[in-house]
Design a protein around this ligand. Structure first.
Ligand code: ADP
Length: 613
């Protein structure tokens, strides 16, 4: 089998473990560093450095990255490249080692062939080592090389090396890591990095570089050979005179002129009538080729869609079971909406259930309500629209995704699809003939939801009550969904944590949607303190149906009114999650109406009536 021309190597570990020295030495001793850069590393010294002047401080070669860290700049993965003896290229992904950068490590791991997991022999196995092994295994990295470093400081004692291996082995076995090697190294003194050391006579394997060069991918692995379907993510629609095509890069398989293809998730089919690349028209496009595909007929496709061959395609689904590495500083909130991103496709998605959290020390499954930063769990996720994701074990490209916070746009989770949930494909929406429009017309009204948000005591229920009386008198069919009242029944099981509030909003939004479908004017009086949750509620309605109303009353006024005695309880320390006191209120930024909750109720009602009638 032909060897892959590029090997992707991920390095896991921190600067303290000697990672930068290791990578630096690997690059220098293979002559992969420009000479002027090299001379700087002979002159410049870190404070307290033990390296004599005139010698290379290998760790300085990765210094740019550390400088970034000190300045608090977001650090991405740094990529370095070197050639191997047989002209293959080695791309080294250097993910910063600090715990808060697991994010970068996880993203890089999804593309890596080999992971170097660095162990500092002077400090032993640390939780981070186990976490790195777990993530690399979940992410399907084919080969793991455990580099046991700083052995010079331990007199190259075989006992130390063996006992570290013995400590790691239960985890390696439990994770089912098949291909593993252990390499005793001194990055500082150069033993077993590029050259085999004669100070470690008891070790029969090769140097780190030998091991990398000798590694061969498993034949027919699903990870990179990407067997199965052919796929292209649509990046843009190219238009010219009498020419319209979909452009993107073939991420796996190949496409040829004449192929029948399918656009996902819409599942519309067409035939490839032309394939244009930078150099002109081509007959066939292989993995990695950037192309514009002209389809016959010219069916609709948009950025973020996927094109696959119609004979073998990924059935889109909207429910998945997935392994999740949580990366956000704020914990995972189930029932909250995040963006799920795979390639250029992006859909809102909600983690509906956290099945368990994985204990990285012993593999046990713990029952939890949330996942904190760097924790790993099995979750169920529901997307707002079907997406063509495959099992990660079958394909790392189409089976992985990230979750992105909708406000900060930070990546907060890395996911690997275990499988699509069957119920996703067993449910079909049935369209009834008596629909929303017919029902609303019968009542001579426009169905709508008036969503009133604001602090407790701001006056939402008071306004809702006055408004409904007016509507009733005018013959308009309406219904009030009051937060407190719903908590007596439908939402009895929910508390006031962020995730329960998200679920509360989701349920009230779904009930409102049913009522709007029944042709009613729905008045919601619900604190609904978090913007993402309200925005997600808005999304399930047709444009114009969701009227967000912020009842804006200063917190001091609400606390003074205190009709339910909640502020008093909070002051006494007996109510931790009261909005505006123990938990924040995120004001709407795109509300249709802002009402001053301290003014006359009837004036506010008049303003609302104008919106409804
Ligand atoms: P919410 O439903 O937002 O929790 P409520 O409608 O129950 O708030 O109002 C809280 C208290 O404030 C009630 O005692 C109510 O009578 C009073 N209130 C409401 N609106 C006004 C207003 N515009 N001026 C004075 N008091 C008001």
């Amino acid at each position: 089998m032909k060897a892959r021309p590029i090997i992707r190597l991920l390095t896991c570990g921190s600067v303290d473990d000697g990672k930068s020295t290791l990578i630096g030495r690997l690059l220098v001793e293979t002559d992969s560093v420009p000479h002027d850069t090299l001379s700087t590393t002979k002159k410049v010294r870190r404070p307290g450095s033990i390296i004599p002047a005139g010698e290379i401080d290998f760790s300085l070669l990765t210094d740019g990255l550390e400088a970034e860290r000190e300045q608090g700049i977001t650090i991405d993965v740094a990529y370095r490249s070197m050639s191997l003896l047989d002209n293959r290229r080695l791309i080294i992904a250097d993910a910063p080692g600090h715990e808060q950068y697991t994010r970068n490590m996880a993203v890089a791991a999804s593309r890596a062939d080999i992971a170097l997991v660095l162990v500092d022999a002077t400090r032993g196995i640390r939780p981070q080592t186990l976490r790195h092994l777990t993530i690399c295994s979940l992410m399907g990295v084919e080969k793991i090389m455990v580099v046991i470093n700083k052995l010079d400081a331990m007199n190259f004692d075989e006992g130390v090396y063996q006992s570290l291996i013995a400590e790691l082995e239960p985890t390696i076995n439990r994770l089912g890591i098949e291909s593993i090697s252990y390499i005793p190294v001194s990055a500082l003194e150069g033993d077993n990095v590029v050259y085999k050391s004669d100070r470690v006579k008891w070790y029969s394997g090769g140097s780190l570089l030998d091991e990398i060069q000798n590694w061969r991918e498993k034949p027919n692995t699903s990870g990179h050979s990407l067997s199965g379907h052919s796929r292209m993510g649509v990046q843009l629609i190219s238009r010219a005179e009498n020419f319209r095509g979909v452009s993107g890069t073939v991420s796996q398989g190949e496409f040829a002129v004449g192929d029948e293809v399918i656009v996902l998730p819409s599942q519309r089919k067409a035939r490839v009538s032309r394939l244009a690349s930078f150099g002109g028209d081509i007959e066939k496009a292989e993995t990695g080729t950037a192309i514009t595909m002209v389809l016959e007929p010219d069916i609709d496709a948009t950025r973020g869609d996927f094109i696959e061959r119609a004979s073998d395609f990924t059935v889109p689904a909207d429910r998945f079971s997935a392994h999740m590495v949580w990366l956000g500083e704020e914990e995972l909130i189930h029932s909250r909406s995040y963006y799920l991103v795979n390639g250029s496709s992006m859909v809102p998605a909600t983690v509906t259930t956290i099945r368990h959290r994985l204990d990285i020390n012993n593999g046990e499954h713990e029952s939890v309500r949330t996942l904190g930063m760097n924790e790993i769990g099995l979750v169920e996720i529901a997307t707002d629209a079907p997406v063509p994701l495959t099992k990660y074990s079958e394909n790392r490209n189409s089976g992985n995704f990230v979750l992105v916070d909708r406000v900060t746009l930070n990546t907060v989770g890395a996911g690997m699809v275990v499988h699509a949930l069957r119920r996703a494909t067993n449910i079909t929406k049935h369209d009834y003939e008596i629909n929303k429009a017919v029902r609303a017309t019968q009542k001579s009204q426009r169905a709508r939801v008036i969503w009133m948000t604001g602090l407790s005591g701001s006056g939402k229920s008071t306004i809702a009550n006055a408004l409904e009386k007016k509507l009733f008198a005018a013959g308009i069919h309406s219904y009030i969904l009051d937060g407190d009242n719903l908590r007596l029944g439908l939402n009895k099981d929910l508390g006031f944590t962020k995730e329960d509030r998200a679920e509360n909003v989701r349920r009230v939004a779904e009930v409102s949607k049913l009522m709007v479908d029944a042709g009613l004017v729905v008045i919601v009086a619900l604190v609904s303190p978090f913007k993402v949750d309200r925005d997600h509620a808005r999304e399930i309605f047709d444009p114009g149906e969701f009227v967000e109303v912020w009842v804006k009353t200063p917190a001091e006024v609400c606390a003074e009114r205190d009709p339910k005695g909640l502020y008093k309880k909070a002051r006494e320390g007996n109510l931790p999650n009261l909005t505006g006191v123990g938990q924040e209120y995120e004001p709407p930024t795109n509300a249709e109406l802002v009402l001053d909750g301290t003014t006359d109720v009837s004036a506010n009602v008049e303003r609302l009536l104008k919106e409804i009638l």
